[in-house]
Ligand binder design. Structure first.
Ligand code: ADP
Length: 429
């Protein structure tokens, strides 16, 4: 492996606090022209391909703060070993956290480890309706604290003032770079950073309400060793390295093999996508959680159903159900038990399909994707072009694919147009 050349080219090392957030960030970086690899969990091996940025996906958003810190530091150490020039701690664009953390403690631990005396914090992602003005976070047209996030089961956000929110999680002083400064451009932002430093501020919330703001901010971030943000700030970083958007960044090896879809999402968009696929007369098979609960070998049945059909066309295997049917199953089996059982079965099916020669696999559902990626022992994914916003094709290796590469797309529940399941394969070519 050509480690030396590769290490020199790793411009950005990212630590994301959840799985689909990591893909969202990777997607933004690819669109700005960077070649990106997403890694699930802290890797034990070095990078397997030369890229500009790496995104490590953790599951640290709602774990106890100490655990989040440990995981993030382990990710940082690996990124440092790969020669990463700048570190990007990525959290949700609704700043999902509790008053104990985890954004503050992870930020401060990374500052300590890196030796950074100053960093920024902004979840702004205007393309997705997340803007920060005078330190206040808006989701669409409403303040975060009135957006529904105040009722979130795990991370209720009852205050939209991010300076206050982050200060409650930090030992270090939190300040603000306000909109007027951001409008004035990169030099003004850098001057404000210097003034805040003199006032003893270590972490600055930065206002941004448009992509132009993020581009101006990006220039001012060039020499900061650590950035903390949602995925939006990523769009302004490639320009610091003379990298412009290009189709090259998203080029993956050509697709091979058979095509299949595994869907465990019960979201509205996925229900529509399953309906749409069935209307095309392509083969589809429903997985019945009741049969799983009765101990039937649903996995083996699904694989022997799929084997002859996949030679002709893509197949869909789904547990996707509408709200009423889902409720019925959950009442009988328990929501968590049913969910885990179905995830486990779909993950075994995904692995079996790849063993049967599937090399283009669509997985629908966030948790379902996590289970499938684990079952396939996919450690690293190269990020390609997007099929729909937030859903790129990826290229990975699995021990189930007999040494061959595997094209994989992981669609979170409510993403994608109704024809996503057929469109995905057409986009791949
Ligand atoms: P989404 O991204 O739409 O939230 P997820 O995969 O994250 O999708 O979550 C869907 C959950 O519902 C998973 O735990 C899955 O196993 C479970 N599930 C899927 N189909 C059924 C079903 N028919 N009955 C019960 N649970 C189901």
């Amino acid at each position: 492996m050509k480690n030396i050349g590769m290490r020199q080219s790793l411009l950005l090392g990212c630590i994301a606090d959840d799985f689909t957030g990591a893909t969202d960030l990777a997607n933004n970086l690819v669109r700005s022209g960077m070649r990106v690899m997403q890694i699930n969990g802290v890797p034990s091996q070095d990078l397997s391909a030369p890229v500009d940025a790496v995104v490590i996906a953790l599951k640290s958003r709602t774990t106890p703060a100490l655990e989040a810190v440990d995981q993030s530091l382990a990710a940082y150490l690996w990124l440092k070993k790969q020669g990463s020039r700048q570190i990007y701690f990525k959290y949700c664009s609704t700043f999902d956290s509790t008053s104990q953390g985890n954004i503050g403690p992870v930020t401060e631990a990374l500052m300590e480890a890196i030796g950074a005396d100053f960093t920024i914090a902004t979840p702004a992602f205007p393309d997705n309706g997340r803007t920060v003005f005078k330190g206040h976070l808006f989701a669409g047209d409403t303040l975060l604290s009135e957006s529904g996030m105040q009722n979130h089961p795990l991370t209720p956000m009852t205050d939209a003032n991010l300076v206050r929110v982050l200060q409650a999680q930090c030992q270090r002083k939190v300040g603000l770079v306000d909109y007027k400064t951001v409008m004035a451009g990169a030099t003004a932002i850098e001057q404000r950073f210097a003034a805040l430093r003199e006032q003893g501020v270590s972490i600055a919330i930065v206002d941004a309400i448009s992509n132009d703001d993020l581009m101006r901010l990006g220039l001012a971030l060039k020499s900061l060793p650590l950035l903390t943000a949602g995925s939006g700030v990523a769009i302004g970083l490639a320009q610091n390295h003379g990298i412009a958007p290009s189709s090259q960044a998203s080029t993956l090896p050509p697709p091979t093999g058979l095509q299949a879809i595994v869907s465990g999402s019960c979201s509205l968009a996925t229900n529509r996508q399953v309906q749409h696929f069935m209307q095309t007369d392509l083969p589809s098979l429903a997985i019945d959680p009741q049969q799983l609960a009765q101990g039937k070998d649903v996995v083996a049945q699904a694989l022997s159903w799929a084997a002859p059909r996949m030679a002709q066309s893509p197949v869909l295997i789904y547990s996707t159900a509408n709200a009423q049917a889902l409720q019925g199953v959950q009442n009988q089996l328990g929501a968590q038990a049913a969910g885990e059982m179905v995830e486990h079965a779909l993950a075994s099916i995904a692995r079996g399909l790849v063993q049967l020669g599937v090399r283009q696999l669509v997985v629908a559902g966030g948790e379902t994707s996590g289970a499938c990626v684990q079952a396939l022992k996919v450690a690293q994914m190269q990020i390609g072009s997007q099929i729909d916003p937030g859903v790129p094709w990826c290229y990975a290796h699995s021990d189930a694919s007999d040494g061959a590469g595997l094209h994989l797309t992981l669609k979170s529940g409510n993403f994608g147009t109704d024809d996503f399941f057929t469109k995905a394969f057409k986009v791949l070519g």
